[in-house]
Design a protein around this ligand. Structure first.
Ligand code: NAD
Ligand code: UDP
Length: 319
């Protein structure tokens, strides 16, 4: 049985990865310090013989007994309000945490996949974004803590590959959504659905002309899994290219939730990217992967999930 270590396992993507690897017949070692994650996301796996959980901060030395075949490094705050609130931890998990996990992969002779992000392209001047675009990041702006941590993470990963011959993979994840996102994490989908469910107006930042392209979680997990098992070592975009403005998206959510909320406009956060759409030609070519879940289907499933949350959870606002 192959053994896989997943960091950030109690978070949104990490918990779905745990499910995927359990279903595929792996022994899963889940690691998380719970800074933005929640054990509720993985508690359904605790009784399984082939699932273990380590409560650990990966910026500290990481030790795992016995052998490892694969490491997936997903630990990191991922929502703008999270990484603005804990900027130093964000920089540390992308840099020191990645260094520790690369060292562990080297010791165990394991293949390691690193979760990078479309944020390495910053506020892009090229559209859609393909992997050969170097990006446009404000290193000293508030978002720089996340973007630069992820850019460093990619650099050190390629250095371990080139210098130590480590078997590495890098996925550049574009906005992904679905069940187990935190309702109060500030990202646009839980923010709008939470507002609709609480009967509040939807807060569009700026004039809402900025765009995003949203990928449903099952598509994202399948793309990551295929990349891990491929032999491609340079970064690969995984996301859904179907792009929408944030204003149109707010209107879609008002229709989906059947509420009569209004849109209210609030200031655009500094360095908020104006447009984002993945060019997924590379993933199509080397992984034979492309998304299959439409935004309509994915948003229905996501809305159902949030609707079923308790009133107590619904009443918690963004921090
Ligand atoms: P999340 O906040 O739900 O999950 C991140 C998890 O990492 C949390 O459980 C948190 O407790 C854990 N963590 C943070 N710092 C840690 C540390 N020092 N030690 C151990 N655990 C730590 O976020 P997510 O959306 O699931 O994102 C997971 C990964 O995917 C992140 O690396 C993120 O940068 C990347 N990503 C996600 C998206 C997306 O749209 N969801 C987009 C691009 C990149
Ligand atoms: N956004 C918004 N209202 C909100 C939350 C977010 O208009 O209540 C906007 C945000 O400014 C950005 C887009 O939605 O332009 C996506 O934001 P999110 O935080 O989900 O992700 P990211 O900016 O990292 O892509």
């Amino acid at each position: 049985m192959k053994r896989v270590l997943i960091t950030g396992a109690a978070g949104f993507l990490g918990s779905h990865l745990c499910d995927k690897f359990i279903t595929e017949g792996y022994h899963v070692i889940a690691m998380d310090n719970l800074i933005t994650g929640d054990l509720k996301n993985i508690e359904h796996l605790f009784h399984l013989e082939h699932f273990e959980f380590y409560h650990h901060d990966v910026t500290k030395f990481v030790h795992v007994p016995e052998n490892l075949d694969y490491i997936l490094h997903f630990a990191s705050p991922a929502s703008p309000i999270d990484y603005l609130k804990i900027p130093i931890q964000t920089l540390k998990v992308g840099s020191l945490g990645t260094h520790n996990l690369l060292g562990l992969a080297k010791e165990k002779n394991a293949r390691i996949l690193i979760a990078s992000t479309s944020e390495v392209y910053g506020d892009p001047l090229v559209h859609p974004q393909s992997e050969d675009y170097y990006g446009n990041v404000n290193t000293i702006g508030p978002r720089g803590v996340y973007d630069e941590a992820k850019r460093f993470q990619e650099s050190i990963t390629m250095a371990y590959h080139r210098f130590h011959g480590l078997d590495t993979r890098i996925v550049r994840i574009f906005n992904t959504y679905g069940p187990r996102m935190r309702l109060n994490d500030g990202r646009v989908i839980p923010a709008f659905i939470g507002q609709a469910l609480r009967g509040e107006d939807l807060t569009v930042f700026g004039d809402g002309a900025q765009t995003r392209s949203f990928c449903y979680v099952t598509d994202q997990i399948e793309g990551i899994y295929k990349l891990l098992l491929s032999d491609y070592r340079e970064p690969v975009n995984i996301g859904n290219p179907y792009e929408i403005t944030i204003k149109d998206f707010a209107e879609e959510i008002i229709k989906l939730t059947g509420t009569d909320q209004k849109i209210i406009y609030q200031p655009l956060p500094q360095d908020d990217p104006m447009q984002r759409q993945p060019d997924i030609s590379l993933a199509k070519k080397i992984l034979s992967w492309e998304p299959t879940v439409t935004r309509e289907e994915g948003m229905k499933l996501t809305y159902e999930y949030f609707k079923n949350l308790s009133q107590e959870e619904l009443s918690k606002k963004e921090h």
